[in-house]
Design a protein around this ligand. Structure first.
Ligand code: S3P
Length: 174
């Protein structure tokens, strides 16, 4: 099977998109782009600072731009994209994701996410009670991740290197 120009990882906060995305990119010899990092570099501010100054809507706008630009850059060099957890909320982003398979959903139980996210520092949506917020958001977003992803990897009981192998297998690169 011919490899595509991009592989996108989607899933909740703390599902491991950045860590495993970087490793997948290394294995493929591709570039790696992390949506939050792109947004922060461009804005010269952290996600939290953007959220505070411009609210969630302002942040979502920058997030959508970052996704579109990431796909654009895939025209130059193939890229693994770790998309921010909330990118699937906007129907335009979902349409864009569906135009660029493979999209891989790193699916995790809320308890797994809560264990990894800890206090939720740096993640405005987790202020207060991170475990409750993660359970609620995972529930709300499940249909959206299902809609965009052609490959699903259940990460709960896998080590990061096993997640990487499963992603490569899922996209036919192994
Ligand atoms: C968010 C996920 C975060 C970050 C922001 C909001 C979300 O990215 O964009 O805190 O709505 O799920 P990660 O999924 O990379 O943690």
């Amino acid at each position: 099977m011919a490899l595509p120009r991009s592989v996108v990882l989607v899933g909740m906060m703390a599902s491991g998109k950045t860590t495993t995305g970087e490793a997948v990119a290394r294995r493929l010899g591709w570039d790696f782009l992390d949506s939050d990092r792109q947004v922060e570099e461009r804005a010269g501010r952290t996600v939290e600072e953007i959220w505070e100054a411009e609210g969630e809507a302002g942040f979502r706008h920058l997030e959508a731009d970052a996704l579109a630009d990431a796909f654009e850059s895939a025209g130059e060099r193939p890229v693994v994209i770790a998309a921010a957890g909330g990118v699937v909320l906007d129907p335009r982003n979902r349409a864009l994701l569906k135009e660029h398979p493979p999209v891989v959903w790193l699916r995790a139980r809320p308890a797994t996410l809560a264990g990894r996210a800890g206090t939720g520092a740096g993640r405005p949506l987790l202020d207060g009670d991170p475990a409750a917020a993660l359970a609620r958001l995972a529930d709300e977003r499940r249909p959206f991740y299902e809609e965009v992803a052609g490959v699903v990897v259940d990460v709960d009981d896998l080590r990061p290197d096993q997640v990487v192998d499963s992603i490569l297998e899922g996209i036919g690169a192994r």
